[in-house]
Design a protein around this ligand. Structure first.
Ligand SMILES: Cc1cc2nc3c(=O)[nH]c(=O)nc-3n(C[C@H](O)[C@H](O)[C@H](O)COP(=O)(O)O)c2cc1C
Length: 145
């Protein structure tokens, strides 16, 4: 699924949080496995990223219906091959705030394609990795248009 509501949480240990509604199929999968992957898309696959945020895996196999390829990370979590930066996270806490669960995960493995980075190790803004912060429902997401 596509997530806009995410945040770094700690350097040591390295923690990241994602806010996910219990209505999402992904919520069920994270609860079952205790793992989640964070895949940073590029502008080239923005359409697919939007698709993954508007259809549910409850009803169909989103990978089969799109041009994206599933792979498995070192922890066994499902990752997206076309994403140049990926994080594999193990759930450490899952508090509920209002109508979302904030899954806090410890990063167990991180991989980035070197081409997308600047010399200082930060993402090169010219290479088109995107971070998508959004709000609203299916017909009302903020976009880069
Ligand atoms: C740009 C974008 C950002 C989204 N951000 C979130 C989010 O932060 N948390 C959330 O619960 N749903 C978010 N959604 C909605 C889910 O991605 C969407 O409901 C998805 O179909 C859930 O898929 P699933 O049922 O296979 O898990 C977002 C959707 C889009 C398009």
């Amino acid at each position: 699924m596509t997530v806009g509501w995410s945040s770094p949480v700690s350097f040591k240990p390295p923690l990241i949080g994602v806010s996910i509604s219990p209505e999402r199929y992904t919520h069920e999968i994270i609860n079952e496995t205790g793992l989640f992957g964070v895949n940073v898309p590029t502008k080239e696959i923005a359409k697919e990223a939007y698709y993954f945020g508007t259809e549910s895996g409850k009803n169909l196999n989103k990978f089969k219906e799109s041009n994206l390829t599933p792979t498995k990370g070192k922890t066994g979590v499902c990752l997206v091959k076309e994403c140049p930066a990926v994080l594999e996270c193990e759930v450490k806490d899952a508090p509920t705030y209002g109508d979302h669960t904030f899954f806090i995960g410890e990063i167990k493995n991180a991989e980035t394609e070197e081409d997308y980075l600047q010399e200082n190790g930060f993402p090169d803004p010219k290479k088109g990795m995107i971070f998508w912060n959004s709000s609203g429902d299916k017909t009302d997401y903020w976009t880069f248009k």
